[in-house]
Write a protein that binds this ligand. Structure first.
Ligand SMILES: [Zn+2]
Length: 234
């Protein structure tokens, strides 16, 4: 299920581009092949959910793309959609960086004088690779925020905890610090995980859970920041 599909001209068609009447009319009159799914190019069928949401789904009920591809596309799509609502034109797969430090941003946009990237990460990546890629963005004057698939978030959180215990605490667990779950987070790497099934899909430890809209707002206002208890909106 997706709110955006491609039409016959190859342009984006969003359920929200229609009012209910024109949507219902289109549902009656369209033919299979008028729309196709972004994930795999299979025919898309316009549908209406019980609570009135206008969406597209696969004609055959099956998607030819791998689940990780779908998660990656859906996550990117929901960010681009929220940014569009704020009149921010985000682009995906944007290349940049210096010769030896090239990067390709999943989602890139500019806001006031800031360059901002969302990296959407589903596959495993070593902590040193996160640090390296983050540093490339910093060297290009770009702010990068990481949006992870939950199992990846859990893995990297454990790696950060080990890294900090070793580098900052000499492998002695800091019992005297009031940092709670914050030890699994680090100031140089803003990370959250994304659960598309949840109405407040942006999550971090300490019951942090916000809508994509509110999270983006907090970044635009520079309120999503680091403290010893972790990344949060302050
Ligand atoms: Zn598909």
């Amino acid at each position: 299920m997706t709110e955006v599909a491609l039409n016959k001209d190859g342009n984006f068609s969003a359920g929200s581009d229609f009012d209910m009447e024109s949507w219902e009319l289109m549902k009656k009159n369209h033919v299979v092949g008028d729309f196709s799914m972004l994930c795999c190019g299979a025919p898309a069928i316009p549908k209406t959910s019980a609570n009135g949401l206008r969406f597209f789904s696969h004609y055959s009920d099956e998607c030819a793309s791998a689940p990780e591809t779908i998660w990656h596309l859906n996550t990117k799509e929901s960010f681009i959609k929220e940014l569009r609502k704020k009149s921010i034109q985000a682009k995906d797969e944007v290349p940049g960086g210096l010769k030896s430090e090239k990067w390709k941003a999943d989602i890139y946009f500019e806001y006031q004088n800031r360059k901002i990237v969302f990296e959407v990460q589903h596959s495993y990546q070593h902590l040193s690779e996160y640090f390296k890629r983050q540093e490339r963005y910093i060297n290009s004057g770009v702010e990068c925020y990481w949006v992870l698939y939950k199992p990846r978030f859990i893995t990297v959180t454990k790696s950060i905890l080990k890294y900090r215990l070793k580098e900052e605490f000499g492998n002695v667990f800091p019992t005297d610090l009031n940092i709670g779950g914050g030890l699994g987070q680090i100031s140089i790497l803003p990370i959250v995980w994304f659960d598309p099934e949840d109405e407040r899909p942006i999550k971090a430890p300490g019951f942090f859970s916000v809508s994509t809209n509110n999270w983006i707002d907090s970044i635009l206002k520079s309120e999503f920041s680091y403290s010893p208890s972790g990344w949060n909106i302050y």
